[in-house]
Design a protein around this ligand. Structure first.
Ligand code: NCD
Ligand code: ZN
Ligand code: ZN
Length: 411
């Protein structure tokens, strides 16, 4: 098979270390097949699933189940995190034996029933995970601060989703980042901050790096693309945890996170929910119970290429953050995140000049396609996706076989 890349750009396969593939248990939202079909169509060759499934991935058996399901149906290569709660600290070595990419702690409530461990338990988890050599990532929001503001805002009758960024305020994120960095400084653990949404939190990551703490961080295309004005335009459709921030925090995220390099990785936080759960028919209703999160696997490469086209970062800086660094941070390099001539490599061919607009709730490959990127215009798109030498996507069609994708072995 000959792929004609003339006029286009070949980059190492894009690595997305933060998706919610929803399987096992939440297949009405998404499953391994549909998530990895969307990944292939988006130019993404490796995805890492989050553990807030049903059951949650908190035991060796549940992690094995998640891997088995992926082996059966994935189109691209995959991995998974295992969750740490107050109930499974003793299982960390046994879970590690099954071979997760890393571990995750949810510091406050988010989507799914994952009770956060307390500070003492987090310190213990860090010590245990340090012994595995793996990294511990955080949903980096202080739940106590969020619960307090949410109750207050509800009592005051303030409007949700318009006030979403203040009921889950930046301080909840910044405090959590600083506390986890302090804990890592104490324990010597390697830590990661998922979905950093604000300049203030990016600054905290940068300070930790300067102190020599092994802290890495990611942000997502939506925090770089939108400001909180999008809540007035798109309401609950754009609701996500952490929330999309105001212009000052957004600009600072670019300056500190990207220009000054506090942020290592780009990932999507691809989080599919049904249109009913997203309340798309009443996106501005005062609905505190609307669900957070939206899909992103097919808009992440276009969004980042659009930033490249705008001159906001170079092609090399984009590829480093969206392929090489994520693979390095999570121990998959150079298996992933590099193209070695003469091997069955993963790579993505992008057309950096293709101008296109995503229709509102238009043609995506996920089971549920609600995204605030609906209606947005891009310059750039993935036109072919190659996983271990096999073309899995070309010119609009996912042509790879379900089940071809395999677990990335990191042990
Ligand atoms: C995620 C989800 O739907 O699982 N939602 C979100 O708003 N980000 C949960 C998460 O990433 O914390
Ligand atoms: Zn999260
Ligand atoms: Zn997430």
């Amino acid at each position: 098979r000959v792929l004609d890349a003339e006029g286009n750009v070949l980059v190492p396969g894009i690595v997305d270390c933060h998706i919610h593939n929803r399987e096992p248990g939440l297949e009405y939202k998404e499953d391994w097949e549909s998530a990895t079909r969307a990944a292939a169509a988006g130019g993404v060759t490796t995805v890492v699933g989050m553990p807030n499934t049903d059951p949650v991935i908190d035991s060796p058996a549940n992690l094995e189940l998640k891997f088995e399901r992926g082996e059966a149906s994935a189109h691209v290569d995959f991995q998974s995190y295992a969750v740490v709660t107050s109930e499974n600290l003793d299982l960390i070595p046994d879970i590690d034996e099954v071979g997760p990419l890393g571990f995750k702690v949810f510091l406050g409530s988010t989507v799914g029933d994952v009770p956060p461990p307390n500070d003492g338990e987090i310190l213990e988890a860090m010590e245990k995970i340090r012994e595995t050599g793996k990294r511990l990532g955080f949903h980096e929001e202080n739940g106590e601060i969020i619960d307090h503001y949410t109750e207050r805002f509800k009592a005051e009758g303030r409007n949700e989703p318009i006030d979403h960024s203040r009921s889950r305020p930046v301080i909840a994120e910044r405090e959590a980042v600083e506390r986890m960095i302090t804990f890592a400084e104490e324990t010597g653990a390697r830590i990661h901050m998922f979905h950093v949404s604000s300049g203030s939190a990016a600054e905290a990551v940068g300070r930790g790096k300067n102190r020599g703490v092994d802290v890495t961080a990611e942000t997502t295309p939506h925090y770089l693309w939108f400001t909180e004005d999008v809540m007035r335009e798109k309401g609950n459709v754009a609701r996500v945890q952490p929330p999309i921030r105001d212009a000052a925090e957004h600009d600072r995220l670019w300056e500190v996170g990207i220009d000054d390099d506090a942020i290592d990785c780009i990932a999507t936080d691809h989080a599919p929910h049904t249109p009913a759960e997203k309340k798309v028919d009443d996106p501005f209703g005062n609905t505190w119970d609307a669900i957070s999160g939206f899909v992103g696997l097919e808009t992440e490469v276009p969004a980042m290429l659009t930033f490249v086209d705008q001159g906001r970062l170079s092609l090399e800086e984009w590829v480093r953050r969206h392929s090489t660094r994520p693979a390095q941070v999570w121990g998959m390099y150079p298996q992933k995140g590099s193209v070695q001539v003469g091997t069955d490599a993963d790579f993505t061919i992008v057309d950096p000049n293709l101008e296109w607009t995503l229709e509102d709730r238009g043609e995506l490959h996920s089971k549920n396609c609600v995204t605030p990127f609906g209606g947005e215009s891009f310059t750039g798109k993935a036109i072919a996706t190659v996983v271990r030498g096999q073309v899995v996507y070309e010119d609009g069609d996912v042509i790879g076989e379900s089940g071809y994708g395999t677990r990335v072995d990191v042990d």
